[in-house]
Design a protein around this ligand. Structure first.
Ligand code: 5GP
Ligand code: MN
Length: 341
């Protein structure tokens, strides 16, 4: 966003507006963190703000301030559609294409509001009047901090907002581990700690909330791990039955794919998780170095994301899906071998 856009947006926000904030489908820590942090900011200026999520999000994020105020589009479509139709402004956070909002896609296309996009994924669609898109950013939560800075409003950061932003930075950087963690990211995190984010508390609430069922499911996932040394690749499958047998709850498989990627010498990892309710297999892709899983997800799995973390889906059976992976790997063999780690 340039200076002029910032000034215009400031002007728009200088009187109370009807605002809807939307994360992507299957919201993660960065999505819930950025939406609730922005909510905490906007309500201070007397705006009428609603947060509408395309679907539910995991229990391990439900301790977050304002997370109980989300309207779930799957459960309250009528109310959400009215809010979207009447909104002056719609903020799309942590996604850059309407289809990433799942069932809300049509309602977003039909909305006549002014759109504001704040996002760090590649290849943004062109729907927003105000577009703050930066693929070099660690997280949308870091961008919310920079956005508040541009608005000259960092003094409005409450401990709840600081906690929300810290949470999204923490989860999207793999605990400050990924390449996207810059010195600026760390400085932003430090400011958030100064403003009331408690790192130990947040880490405990996000990462130390395992259930025995989730641990058992992880055991199943690890026993299903397949290593394809020739392609420096490892993959994991989880069938609907395996999920059901271990009392699967939303969010339980978060991070499983990283175990495959943590193998020495492996540069590409993929997990396939059956979702019988949608007749699809949801997949997550992760890589080390410069192997581009965003490209792979776009080319083969009807998805996208970032260079080192992407997602997508398959409408084939699990067996056919795995065969598809095996059949496409030779195309990437040279790229996989070229990765320097
Ligand atoms: P995850 O594998 O953790 O669900 O997602 C990793 C990254 O890929 C996230 O940035 C997420 O937004 C993106 N992503 C996940 N699933 C999809 C998908 O189906 N389509 C697209 N375009 N991006 C996805
Ligand atoms: Mn993100």
């Amino acid at each position: 966003m340039n200076e002029e856009q910032i000034l215009n947006l400031k002007k728009e926000l200088s009187s109370p507006k009807k605002i809807v904030i939307v994360p992507h489908k299957n919201p993660d820590g960065d999505a819930v963190g950025s939406v609730t942090a922005l909510y905490g900011y906007l309500i201070q200026s007397g705006h009428h703000v609603a947060m509408v999520s395309p679907n539910d999000f995991p229990l391990f994020l439900k301790w977050m301030e304002y997370s109980d105020l989300f309207i779930n589009y799957e459960q309250d479509q009528l109310k959400a559609d009215t809010l979207l139709q009447e909104a002056d402004l719609i903020f799309n956070l942590d996604h850059n294409a309407f289809h990433r909002a799942g069932m809300m896609e049509k309602a977003l296309e039909e909305a006549t509001s002014t759109f504001v996009m704040i996002d760090h994924h590649q290849q943004p669609d062109d729907f927003a009047t105000y577009m703050y898109s930066d693929t070099s950013m660690s997280s949308t939560c870091e961008m919310i901090y920079h956005f508040l800075d541009m608005m000259e409003d960092t003094d409005k950061i409450t401990p709840e907002m600081a906690t929300a932003m810290y949470t999204g930075i923490l989860t999207d950087t793999g605990s400050f581990k990924y390449k996207s963690t810059t010195s600026t990211t760390l400085r932003v995190a430090a400011h958030l700690v100064d403003n009331g984010a408690n790192s130990e508390d947040i880490n405990r609430k996000i990462y130390d909330v395992n259930t025995p069922s989730r641990m058992k499911l992880l055991g199943v996932a690890l026993s299903n791990l397949v290593i394809l040394e020739k392609y420096r690749t490892a993959y994991i499958t989880l069938s609907q039955k395996e999920l059901d047998d271990n009392n699967f709850r939303k969010g339980d498989t978060e991070g499983f794919v990283n175990y495959a990627l943590s193998l020495d010498g492996i540069v590409f990892a993929q997990i396939f998780i059956e979702k019988a309710s949608e007749s699809i297999i949801k997949t997550s892709l992760r890589s080390k170095g410069d192997f581009d899983v965003n490209k792979m997800a776009r080319e083969n799995w009807d998805g996208g994301g970032h260079q080192n973390a992407a997602g997508g889906k398959s409408e084939l059976s699990m067996e056919e899906t795995v065969n598809k992976l095996i059949s496409i790997l030779p195309t990437y063999e040279n790229e996989l071998h070229a990765v320097v780690i």
